[in-house]
Design a protein around this ligand. Structure first.
Ligand code: FES
Length: 172
């Protein structure tokens, strides 16, 4: 997205839209930086620099809680043989810093969701959420379909690009 079109958007929305357009994959799903336009797997964007919610700014954060969360997700994807089901995109900051470890889910043609208050102990719950998200047509996953630990974790959502909605794809 051109910078001029980002003007006027709130910081969280702008950052998520930028993240949706940026495709990096974990080492097990490496595509040498090339994105496949036909790859419709969910992308789990994980902030590597997040601190746990309520951490004073002067408190040490090394290793960063976000980085530990990211590593836990990769480890559990490997342990569960799910490495090819979800693409993991490590990033730095989604402007959701006050709400603990943050991650976002996106996929072509679906709503994107930002979640906070995450941590390494929730890696399996986040993976399960990403799998249900990936199976849904629009990306909408009702709180009752998420683990209890994630019922209140979603802090915002961003609509799909209007040219890539399921209705448009069905016509193609
Ligand atoms: S440092 Fe993680 S959202 Fe800002």
């Amino acid at each position: 997205m051109a910078p001029s079109r980002m003007q006027g958007l709130g910081p969280s929305v702008a950052v998520v839209l930028a993240a949706v357009g940026k495709i990096l994959v974990d080492p097990e799903n490496r595509t040498n930086g090339q994105s496949d336009p036909h790859d419709r797997r969910p992308v789990l964007h994980i902030c590597l620099t997040c601190r746990p919610a309520g951490t004073p700014p002067e408190a040490p954060n090394d290793p960063a809680a976000g980085s530990e969360f990211h590593d836990a997700v990769l480890r559990r994807l490997r342990d569960r043989n799910l490495g090819s089901s979800i693409r993991v995109n490590p990033i730095s900051c989604m402007a959701n810093c006050e709400q603990g470890c943050s991650a976002a889910l996106s996929a072509p043609g679906k709503w994107s969701y930002i979640a906070g208050f995450l941590g390494a102990e929730l890696a399996d719950d986040v993976i399960d959420y990403a799998l249900v998200y990936g199976a849904s047509r629009t990306g909408v996953v009702m709180p009752s379909k998420r683990a209890p630990s994630l019922r209140d974790a979603v802090v915002a959502r961003v609509p799909a690009h209007p040219d890539d909605l399921p209705e448009q794809r069905d016509k193609a």
